[in-house]
Design a protein around this ligand. Structure first.
Ligand code: NG6
Ligand code: CA
Length: 491
């Protein structure tokens, strides 16, 4: 292999609903995460690293396309049978890296849709991650609380018996007669739901949506961590000659939280703490595989989360009751679904042993920037339509003293946006409740404009919009201009 210094392997480890305060290296004292803490000690820990959105689909859409999610009206939490929202012609992070000679793979949670409205789980799936830049994929289609509860490898459901075909619907009127549901057969549940989640029962847990068939292919939640880990380790092993890009998207700590038996009781926080420990173990195993293969020093490993934390996201797993003094969002206000920083500011670390000085960084960086930053690293020019909001912040990502972004747009839910400039955050008036009573999360909706100075007020307690009307108006205007414009990446 020729000189590889500009083309290290890249691994993105991506948690699901992990908050800014959920792991040891970000201040958690009641959830042991030694592997992530080691990753932090060997690399850069960003204090101001962001997802573009406070929910999964939009956030992942940005990570892979370098585009703000609200540019695509379909980039909202998807059903498990939704069509893909990344058009095969769209330039993507894995597609760009493939052009540069990388082998690319995704393992874990997908949640960006499959097929083109022609989805038949019993045949080769027409459009999958393999059509948007990945050479291989081993995924769950959507979330662990949505049907179908099966793995998909490349184009096929894994372990499907042709005599027991899978049918899926998200319409209660078309629910399959005779298939037990949480709503009608609560006596069959091993974990009760608290809101939503009253569809088909799989593995004792009722899900969102309905499925029939595919008995042999159904996953067991308790072994999901191992199944994904095995596939991630296989990918790096098979591609150890490099360069490779692995997007390893964990299902933890998203609901339903069902750790493997070894991790049950690992914390005093109940299932939510335990699955975070389990995820940390997966991180450790993957790092050990890289060490074993002798490629750790030639691999950039990034760890982050798709959105902020939620304790009760629809199942009675006692996360709220057992949380003790644990603060999942750390000092931040709000959480998953929220317009406040707790929705989008997440753990964000990068390690590249021997190349990157360990430390802490205050640079503002965002997942949307991976495309332009890594394109710069591997010297791939970006076309005019590529990654419209992706900025080259490579120096900041590698800790080379550089500032990151000066401005950033984030979204709560449903394309409701927030504008950050320097240390200031402006939240325009948004319709909707201030609080979601099911999840017990402050959403940040208010009829009044909100302006916060994060340098003084990380918890977004003091709204100074009325004291600084000019600044608020300028920020409102800039946000509006960005929402109307086609791109924010400079030519
Ligand atoms: C919500 C679900 C929630 C979770 C979320 C998606 C209900 C009541 N709530 O609609 O449990 O699945 O969607 O989470 O059904 S995400 O991390 O993939 O965005
Ligand atoms: Ca999520």
């Amino acid at each position: 292999m020729s000189d590889r210094t500009n083309r290290p392997n890249i691994v993105i480890l991506y948690a699901d609903d992990l908050g800014f305060g959920d792991i040891g290296c970000y201040g958690a004292s009641s959830i042991p995460t030694p592997n992530l803490d080691r990753l932090a000690a060997e690399g850069i820990r960003f204090q101001q690293g962001y997802a573009t959105a406070a929910t999964c689909t939009p956030s992942r859409y940005s990570l892979l396309t370098g585009s703000y999610p609200w540019r695509n009206p379909r980039a909202a939490i998807l059903a498990g049978d939704a069509p893909i929202i990344i058009e095969p012609a769209t330039p993507t992070l894995p597609g760009m890296l493939r052009r540069a000679g990388y082998k690319t793979g995704v393992v874990g949670k997908w949640h960006l849709g499959l097929g083109r409205g022609d989805l038949d789980w019993n045949r080769a799936i027409s459009v999958t991650p393999n059509d948007v830049g990945f050479d291989s994929s081993f995924i769950m289609a959507a979330t662990n609380d949505r049907v179908p509860c099966v793995y998909v490898q490349d184009r096929r459901v894994v372990g499907l018996d042709a005599n027991d075909p899978i049918e899926v619907t998200y319409d209660w009127n078309k629910a399959f007669p005779g298939q037990p549901t949480g709503r009608h057969n609560p006596e069959l549940l091993t974990m009760k739901y608290s809101h939503g989640h009253d569809g088909t029962i799989v593995n004792g847990v009722s899900r969102i949506g309905h499925m029939r068939g595919g008995a042999a292919a159904r996953w067991t939640d308790e072994t999901m961590a191992e199944v994904f880990l095995e596939n991630a380790v296989r990918f790096v092993t098979e591609n150890k000659a490099g360069p490779f890009f692995l997007y390893y998207a964990f299902h933890q700590p998203h609901v339903p939280r069902l750790p493997g038996p070894r991790f049950k009781g690992a914390t005093a926080l109940g299932a939510r703490g335990d699955v975070i420990v389990e995820m940390d173990w997966c991180v450790g195993e993957l790092l050990r595989a890289l060490d074993r293969l002798g490629i750790r020093e030639n691999t950039i490993v990034i760890f982050s989360s798709d959105n902020g934390p939620v304790l009760d996201d629809g199942y009675e797993d006692r996360a709220e009751e057992l949380k003790g003094t644990h603060k999942a969002a750390g000092p931040l206000r709000g959480g998953k679904y929220s317009l406040f920083d707790g929705g989008t500011r997440v753990p964000f670390m990068l390690s590249y042993p021997g190349h990157v000085e360990p430390g802490e960084s205050q640079a503002v960086v965002c997942h949307v920037d991976f495309l332009a930053s890594f394109a710069a690293m591997v010297e791939q020019p970006l076309g005019a339509n590529e990654g419209p909001d992706s900025l080259n912040v490579l120096d900041a990502l590698l800790g080379r003293g550089a500032a990151g972004r000066d401005e950033l747009v984030t979204e709560g839910t449903r394309a409701k946006t927030v504008y950050r400039k320097g240390d200031w955050v402006f939240i325009p008036p948004h319709d909707g409740p201030a609080m979601n009573t099911n999840t017990n999360i402050e959403l940040g909706n208010s009829p009044d404009p909100q302006l916060y100075d994060l340098s003084q007020d990380i918890g977004q307690i003091r709204n100074v919009a009325a004291e600084r009307p000019e600044l608020a108006a300028d920020m409102a205007a800039r946000l509006e201009a960005i929402r109307k414009g086609a791109r924010t990446r400079p030519e």
